[in-house]
Design a protein around this ligand. Structure first.
Ligand code: ADP
Ligand code: ASP
Ligand code: MG
Length: 417
C-alpha cells in the first residue's frame, strides 16, 4: 500500500466524460489499496474566461477580488469529481483551499504556500478510506482569511505541496502529454520523451518556458524531496498494467540519472520584451540609475547587454523584461530620463528567448558556440545572450522561434530516430 497524490490538469477534466475517465484512474489506485489525494485544475478554458471577466469588469482591479473570482474554477471541478467518484461507489469528498486549510502568503494572484495541515486527510484515509479531492491553485491567507491563488499553472504546486504534507510516496502529475520531452512536443514533432529529469534541470526548463510544470512545484519537490512523475491522463485506466512502470517522466535527484547527456532539453518563451537605452553616459552609477527604479517597480529584468563605448563617453544598454511589464518598464525609464541621461529609448516586443539546458554543460566547454554557428547558418540574428552553469539563453526575433528550436534540437542530437 502506498500513499499517492494524483493531479489532473485542465484538459484532463475538460468535460464530464473526461472527469469520468479521471475518476476511473482514481478508482484504479484505490482498488490497488492506495491512499489517494487528488488535486484538480479548473476545466480547460475556465480560468482564462474568469481572468477575462475580471479585466472586462475593470482593467485595474483589486487582486484580492481577482483571486475570489479565478479560484472558483477549481471549486467546480473538485465538486464534480467527488460526485462522480461517489456515484462509482468510492468514498470521496471535496476540499477547498480554505477548508484544509492551505495557508499562503498574501501576494494575491501569485501567492506562495506556507503551510498545509495534512493530519485530517491522514485520519480520514485510515478511518474511512476516504479519497480527498482538493481544489488546486487556491489557498487562504493566514491573517486576512482571504482567498488567494498561486499564479497560472499553480495546481502543480498545490499537488506537490499536498504530497509533502501527507508524506506521499509519489506525486503523479497527469496531463495531456505522456511526460516531459526534450522540447515542447507540440512544436517539435521529433521531440523525445525523457525517462528522468534532474530537479535542477526541470527548474530551468520550467522557468525558461516549458509550462508542463509550474516552477514552484519543482522548487517544492526539490526541497521536500517529493518524487514527481509526469504522465498522461489520456491512457485508458483499464489498459494500465499495475505490474509495469507506466510511460512518463520522473523528476528526481541528479544522482539517480545514469546516462547524462550534455544537453537535456530546449525551452522557449515568447513572453519577453526588449528595451534598449541608447547613448547613455558611460560612467559609474548609470546601471544603478536604470535598474534601481525598475526593481522598485517590481519589474524583473532578465538579460542585460552593455556595449563597450567607442568614444569612451556613451554606450548602449539593452535588457529584457516580461512582456506584461513592457509598458510599465518603458514608463519607468522615461520618468528617470534626467537622472540617467540618455538619447533615445528603443523597444521590441516581437522577441523570443530560446534556452538550452543540461547539467552536462558544467563539464563541457563550447556548447553555446556551436549554437551561435548553427543559428548564423540559418540567418538568425542573436540580440542578447546569457549563460549560467547549466544553461544558456538567446534572445532572437520571435518569427524565428520554431526554426531556432528545431535547429538546436537537431544540433544537440535530441531528435528522435
Ligand atoms: P495541464 O493543464 O495538465 O496543467 P499544461 O498545458 O499546463 O497542462 O502543460 C502541458 C503542456 O506543456 C503540453 O501540452 C505541452 O504542449 C507543454 N510543454 C511545453 N514544453 C514541454 C516539454 N518540454 N515537455 C512536455 N510538454 C511540454
Ligand atoms: N487553473 C489554473 C490555470 O489555468 C491553475 C492550473 O491549471 O494549474 O492557471
Ligand atoms: Mg499546467
Amino acid at each position: 500500500m502506498a500513499r499517492l497524490v494524483m493531479k489532473f490538469g485542465g484538459t484532463s477534466v475538460a468535460d464530464i466524460e473526461r472527469i469520468r475517465n479521471v475518476a476511473r484512474h482514481v478508482k484504479r489506485e484505490v482498488e490497488a489499496g492506495h491512499e489517494v489525494a487528488v488535486v484538480v485544475s479548473a476545466m480547460s478554458g475556465t480560468t482564462n474566461k474568469l481572468v477575462e471577466w475580471c479585466r472586462e469588469a475593470a482593467a485595474l482591479h483589486d487582486a484580492r477580488e481577482y483571486d475570489a473570482v479565478v479560484a472558483t474554477g477549481e471549486q467546480v471541478t473538485a465538486g464534480l469529481l467527488a460526485i462522480v467518484l461517489e456515484s462509482m461507489g468510492i468514498n470521496a469528498r471535496s476540499w477547498q483551499g480554505w477548508q484544509l486549510p492551505i495557508f499562503t502568503s498574501n501576494a494575491h494572484a501569485s501567492a506562495r504556500i506556507l503551510d498545509i495541515n495534512g493530519e485530517e486527510l491522514l485520519k480520514r484515509f485510515k478511518e474511512r478510506g476516504e479519497v480527498a479531492v482538493i481544489s488546486g491553485f487556491q489557498g487562504i491567507h493566514k491573517d486576512t482569511g482571504r482567498v488567494t491563488t498561486l499564479g497560472r499553472g499553480g495546481s502543480d504546486t498545490s499537488a506537490v505541496a499536498v504530497a509533502a504534507a501527507i508524506r506521499a510516496e509519489r506525486c503523479d502529475i497527469y496531463t495531456d502529454v505522456d511526460g516531459v520531452y526534450t522540447t515542447d512536443p507540440r512544436v517539435v514533432a521529433r521531440a523525445r520523451r525523457l525517462d528522468k529529469v534532474a530537479f535542477e534541470e526541470m527548474l530551468e526548463l520550467a522557468s525558461l518556458g516549458a509550462k508542463v510544470l509550474q516552477v514552484r512545484s519543482v522548487e517544492l519537490g526539490m526541497v521536500h524531496n517529493v518524487r514527481i512523475f509526469v504522465r498522461s491522463s489520456f491512457d485508458k485506466p483499464e489498459d494500465i498494467d499495475p505490474h509495469r512502470n507506466p510511460p512518463g517522466t520522473l523528476i528526481c535527484n541528479e544522482e539517480e540519472i545514469v546516462e547524462q547527456q550534455v544537453v537535456t532539453g530546449i525551452a522557449f518563451s515568447k513572453d519577453e520584451a526588449q528595451i534598449s537605452v541608447r547613448r547613455v553616459q558611460d560612467k559609474p552609477g548609470v546601471a544603478a540609475a536604470i535598474f534601481g527604479p525598475l526593481a522598485e517597480a517590481s519589474i524583473n529584468v532578465d538579460m542585460i547587454v552593455q556595449n563597450v563605448s567607442s568614444d569612451g563617453k556613451t554606450t548602449d544598454l539593452t535588457f529584457t523584461v516580461p512582456a506584461a511589464d513592457y509598458d510599465r518598464a518603458k514608463d519607468t525609464i522615461e520618468k528617470a530620463h534626467k537622472k540617467i541621461g540618455y538619447e533615445r529609448l528603443d523597444g521590441a516586443t516581437e522577441v523570443a528567448k530560446v534556452s538550452v539546458i543540461g547539467i552536462g554543460m558544467r563539464s563541457h566547454a563550447g556548447v553555446a558556440a556551436e549554437a551561435f554557428r548553427a543559428l548564423a547558418e540559418r540567418g538568425i540574428n542573436i540580440r542578447a545572450i546569457t549563460t549560467s552553469e547549466i544553461k544558456f539563453s538567446l534572445l532572437i526575433d520571435a518569427a524565428f522561434t520554431e526554426l531556432a528550436v528545431r535547429t538546436l534540437h537537431s544540433l544537440y542530437g535530441l531528435d528522435k530516430a
